[in-house]
Ligand binder design. Structure first.
Ligand code: MG
Length: 403
């Protein structure tokens, strides 16, 4: 039986929530993100703001230059998480096979649901209506035989989009789209493909897989499959949180090594705390550095054992940090994230055998105590690293993805 995968993506989510909560913002350019006088970026902006050339991930100062009359609002993470829960709750009515990608996006496998709720297409329409009627927000939906095509479909007619891709129309739709629309194609890969004379997905389909493999290795072969609209990946529930990270954009670029190391410790501390709050341990750590030329460098490594200890995370983060070549430029942004989670209950096995100076059992207890103190008295009750300086900076971004 042909799979029916739905991808739901909220339209300008953060900005729409703000417009919903405050009717006087409706119909106006709303820009959610960092302080417009500072150096952070735009998180999301309303469609009214997009007309001025404002877009997400843009330096907020530039957004302010383009649209000084805009309504600039801070990110209200707690509120968006709350709305997100309601959305995911509503989606879960139709299938247990739901995989959130972020606060405002999810895949649903509706293949089996059709027997109960009718055709996937009608479920898709109902979902859009319910989100509008119950939450007052607008969503776009794509339906297709797989995840890649469903995500592509939901993006084709945004906002209020509703696009169905079938085996019959798939080639026609893919034909003229740029290769950038394929999963796994970033600016670098796009450049390689352009170098081969491949600009569209149609052109990629006509290229021999051997040529693609020679230039791009395994990725080349994957792209070839995607160009044909093939993608076998299942919708995987329970992967709601894929990575937990924390990053900071500095008010002033810095090359102060000691300061950066202090910030790094503070970031690791924040990440570890959120790992514990989510009851997960991660295997992979990534650190991210952006320099004054906006060039972003990332380094990652894998822990021997999944962890939620700031000590372990910091130990590894520092090693990665020292491996990043210190160019002439200064650091603009620094971030730490942990991913590839293991369920904690499974991770319990084989615990308590460690050669760390504090036995793992004691460390776990210590962390629990510190977390409790902070829950009660606030984050500053116990501080590590350079927290006081850091809190003066703007543009702190919370990268948590949760349903
Ligand atoms: Mg969205």
């Amino acid at each position: 039986m042909e799979r029916k995968i739905l991808h739901m993506d909220m339209d300008a989510f953060f900005a729409s929530v703000e417009q919903h909560d405050n009717p006087s913002f409706r119909g106006k350019p709303v820009i959610v993100g960092a302080d417009p006088r500072g150096r952070g970026v735009v998180s999301t902006c309303s469609y009214e703001a997009r007309k001025y050339g404002v877009h997400s991930a843009q330096p907020i100062k530039e957004a302010y230059r383009l649209c000084p009359q805009g309504i600039f609002l801070p990110v209200r993470g707690g509120r968006y998480t709350e709305v997100s829960r309601s959305i995911m709750h509503l989606l879960a009515e139709y299938t247990p096979l739901i995989e959130p990608l972020s606060l405002d996006e999810a895949f649903l496998d509706l293949t089996a649901s059709q027997q109960i709720f009718g055709l996937a297409e009608s479920i898709g329409k109902r979902i859009i209506e319910e989100i509008q009627n119950k939450l007052g927000l607008s969503a776009s939906v794509g339906i297709a035989p797989n995840k890649f095509l469903a995500k592509l479909a939901s993006d084709l007619q945004k906002p209020h989009g509703f696009v169905v891709i079938t085996p019959e129309n798939v080639h026609e739709i893919l034909e003229r789209l740029g290769v950038e629309k394929l999963w796994g194609v970033g600016p670098k890969t796009a450049e390689t493909l352009h170098g081969l004379g491949i600009g569209t997905i149609g052109e990629l389909r006509q290229t021999s897989p051997q040529v693609l493999a020679d230039s791009l290795g395994e990725l080349g072969l994957q792209l070839y499959e995607l160009a044909y609209g093939h993608d076998e990946r299942p919708v995987t529930p329970n992967e709601s949180v894929k990575s937990i990270g924390h990053e900071i954009t500095f008010q002033v670029d810095t090359e102060d090594h000691q300061f950066l190391v202090g910030v790094l410790l503070w970031l690791c501390d924040q990440v570890a705390r959120r790992l514990r709050q989510n009851d997960v341990k991660g295997r992979v750590i990534t650190i991210k550095l952006r320099d004054s030329n906006f060039k972003t460098l990332t380094k990652r490594s894998t822990f021997d054992e999944p962890t939620d200890f700031e000590e372990a995370i910091y130990h590894e983060a520092l090693k990665l940090f020292e491996r990043i070549p210190k160019a002439a430029c200064k650091v603009r942004l620094i971030g730490v994230s942990v991913s590839d989670f293991e369920n904690k209950s499974r991770a319990q096995l084989g615990l308590f055998e460690t050669e760390s100076p504090l036995p793992e059992k004691d460390l776990t207890k210590l962390h629990q105590t510190i977390d409790k103190l902070r829950d009660r008295f606030g984050e500053r009750i116990i501080t590590k690293g350079t927290i006081l300086q850091v809190q003066n900076q703007v543009g702190e971004k919370n990268e948590r993805h949760e349903p």
